[in-house]
Structure formats: C-alpha cells, structure tokens
Design a protein around this ligand. Structure first.
Ligand code: ATP
Ligand code: MG
Length: 218
C-alpha cells in the first residue's frame, strides 16, 4: 500500500506555498494523515547545489547550467528528502502535499531547450526521477496558472521592491516567459489540472482559488 502524492505546481510567485499550506490544513481538519513538503528543501544540506545554482555561482544566466545538470541538482534534493523525511510516511498510506516537485524541473528546465527537444527531455526527466531514483510519481498535479505580469508584481511586493533579493530565475523575465510556455505545454501533455488564478489582470482571492483546489481533490 502506498499513499497519495498531490503536487502544487506553478511559476514563481503563483501562490504554491499559500495554497499547499491551506490544502494540507483542510485535509488535516477532515481527519486525513497529511504531510506538507516543499522543494527545494532549503533546510537540508541536500539543496546545496541548488542554492549555488540559484545564487549564480555557476553563472548568472539560468542557461549557464544546462537543463540536465540543473535538473539533477533538484532531483537529488528530492531523493534525499524522500529517503530521510517523508518516504516512510508515504508508504504507510499518508497523503503528501508537495509545494513543487519533479514537475518544477519540467517547467523551469524545458525553457532552456528548443521546443523540439522538450519531449525527449521530459521522457528523460520522469524516467530519471520516478524510475531510476525511484521517488514516487504524483497522483495529481495542480497547476496554478498566473499571468506573468501579475506574478512579477506579487514577487516585487514580497521583496518589498528590493530587486537584488530575486534569484537568477526570478530576475529574468524572458526566462520566466519561456517557462510559462513550457508550463502550458506540460500541463496539456501530462494531464495537470489547471487552476486559473488570475482574472481581469489581478489575482483571484486566496480563498476562491483554494475552494477550486478543494473541489478538484474531492
Ligand atoms: N491569491 C492571491 N492573491 C494575492 N496575493 C497572493 C495570492 N496568493 C499568494 N499571494 C501572495 O503572493 C506571494 C507569493 O505567494 P507564495 O509564496 O504562496 O507563492 P509561491 O508560488 O510559493 O512562490 P515561489 O515560487 O517564489 O516560492 C506571497 O506574498 C503571497 O502572500
Ligand atoms: Mg514558494
């Protein structure tokens, strides 16, 4: 017997942490055995390479680290967290809510590759993470779709206008736009459930989005 893995996915600043937290709380209230995890696992040493990458130690352009190398940094961090933190809980039948997952590699690394290489990359990625490393594949991926201009605004608000606190992905609007195209492509190809989080150039309320997510889970 194994548990359920529900992934909350979306571009930077799309509300993943907010919605994952509320979803975990809701399921807990309903008496379910729930754990919330988030990736990268910045608390753990296993995220060291991800931190070096995001801080620009391998180059200040995301493209300075190729899709396969960067993907492996994120993948081994998930492997470590599965082994040390939530694997036993999951195998015991628990519900794991993940704020980002292997699906984030799909979004953020496809954007480094020409479109005709996306399918080959995605095949490699999921084979690597779910088969070779052996971490579980999600039962459900919920994609929080936000218009890029709106998420940029949210992020600037979070950093109180201090642009220097953005990481190398967040800095690069062109990269974010390509990531958005990759996200749309993956959602369609891989059967992710899309929740449209913006309406009329603004975010829907947190509660409104959460209630749509809850009805998807039901
Ligand atoms: N529906 C919403 N309306 C307005 N603000 C929101 C909404 N959802 C989240 N926010 C705010 O937007 C910011 C980003 O939210 P959150 O941290 O949940 O997103 P995230 O997807 O986890 O971000 P990141 O990708 O950077 O980790 C936070 O300041 C949060 O309070
Ligand atoms: Mg987050």
């Amino acid at each position: 017997m194994s548990g359920k893995l529900i992934v909350i996915e979306g571009l930077d600043g799309s509300g993943k942490a907010t919605q994952a937290g509320l979803l975990a709380g809701w399921l807990e209230q309903a008496g379910e055995k729930v754990r919330k995890v988030s990736f990268p696992d910045y608390e753990s040493d296993s995220s060291a390479l991800v931190k070096m990458y995001l801080a620009g130690e391998f180059g200040s352009d995301p493209g300075d680290v190729n899709a396969y190398a960067a993907s492996s940094f994120y993948a081994v961090d998930r492997y470590a967290s599965f082994k040390k933190d939530w694997g036993a809980f999951y195998r015991d039948g628990g519900i794991v809510i993940a704020d980002r997952y292997a699906t984030s590699n799909a979004i953020h690394q496809c954007s480094k590759l020409p479109r005709e290489q996306w399918d080959a990359y995605l095949d490699w990625l999921f084979h690597f993470e779910y088969q070779l490393l052996g971490i579980p594949a999600p039962d459900l991926v919920i994609y929080l779709q936000v218009q890029p201009e709106v998420s940029q605004k949210l992020m600037s608000a979070r950093y109180h206008g201090d642009e220097s606190r953005k990481d190398i992905h967040e800095h690069n609007l062109d990269y974010m736009n390509r990531s958005r195209q990759a996200a749309e492509y993956c959602a369609a190809k891989l059967g992710w459930r899309t929740v449209h989080c913006t309406a009329g150039g603004a975010m829907r309320t947190v509660e409104d989005i959460q209630s749509e997510i809850q009805s998807l889970i039901r």
